[in-house]
Design a protein around this ligand. Structure first.
Ligand code: BV8
Length: 235
């Protein structure tokens, strides 16, 4: 039985039809992250930020957007029960859940949840959020925002993540460019304990590729199922 911690990023959802951030046609090539993924951007122009997330929330619920074989392989690994599996995702989509993964931390929040700045409620949310949409819990207006972690904000679940990283026997990093911290620092954190095997599975070498003991490059929908099959065939 191995303790396996799996970090995922936008690359695992690319073949499901969701854009990545830093690829040439990625999200940050179309809109400035400072304008739509920072508290300052939200303060300056909440309407623009709500519109940015409303469009992505609607797209995520389009029937054409479905988990791909990489999400499914990770859910199978967890269900198969031979190993302890935790997915730490930077993604705010729900494709891991829809593939069947349960032991999952959304460290950058979730597109299908809203948070009220007035009463602190975190609510499941599938519709658009407008600037004056009232909070269903406290009925006040003007305080609803996407339950998403912006730059400069504290990622979610950090204590549990670091605890699991310190116990890991195997650390996989799938579909992430290794640009955003603290997620990009997880591999160095794990290696500091001198125990876990570390594997990068990505379309191309990430910023942090040199930190990984093993690097497998190619589309996630192919290399992830192959890797999981190999892992499950080991004694
Ligand atoms: C924090 C919101 C303190 C949700 C995101 C100066 C000032 C202020 C802060 C900083 C600073 N300098 C550094 C920082 C820290 C900052 C940071 O790292 N900035 C970077 C840009 C330098 N980080 C923060 O502010 C974080 N908070 O630090 O708080 C703290 C620190 C430690 C402990 C506690 C507290 C908060 C970061 C979260 C920001 N929110 N998104 C949303 O709108 O989605 S970040 C955004 O980037 C997404 O969450 C995304 O997931 C994340 C990472 O991107 P990737 O997932 O890697 O996507 P990317 O496009 O980059 O790469 C895709 C990869 O997939 C590529 O490598 C590609 O080759 C590959 N790929 C493509 N296709 C495929 C594929 N792979 C396989 N198959 C394919 N088919």
């Amino acid at each position: 039985m191995k303790r396996i911690v799996i970090l995922t990023g936008a690359g695992i959802s690319k073949e499901s039809g969701l854009d990545t951030f830093r690829d040439k046609d990625g999200i940050w090539s179309k809109v400035r992250l400072e304008d739509v993924a920072t508290p300052e951007g939200f303060e300056a122009d909440p309407k623009r930020v709500q519109a940015f997330y409303n469009a992505r929330r609607r797209q995520l619920q389009d029937p054409s957007i479905r988990p791909n074989s990489a999400h499914e392989a990770l859910a199978h690994l967890e269900r198969q029960g031979g190993h302890e599996v935790l997915i730490v995702t930077q993604n705010i989509d729900d494709l891991h859940e829809r593939a069947g993964s349960r032991n999952l931390i959304h460290m950058h929040g979730e597109m299908l949840k809203a948070r009220c700045l007035m009463c602190g409620s975190v609510l499941a949310w599938a519709e658009d959020i407008e600037v004056h949409t009232p909070c269903p819990a406290c009925a006040r207006e003007g305080g609803l925002r996407p339950h998403v972690v912006w730059f400069g904000e504290m990622p979610l679940g950090m204590d549990r993540i670091y605890a699991e990283l310190s116990r890991a026997d195997l650390f996989l990093s799938i579909g992430t460019s290794g640009n955003v911290y603290p997620a990009a620092g997880f591999v160095a954190h794990v290696r500091g304990f001198g125990r876990a095997h570390t594997v990068e599975l990505n379309l191309e070498p990430s910023e942090g590729a040199s930190h990984f003991a093993e690097r497998i490059h190619g589309p996630a929908s192919r290399i992830v199922p192959d890797f999981i099959a190999r892992l499950l065939s080991e004694p």
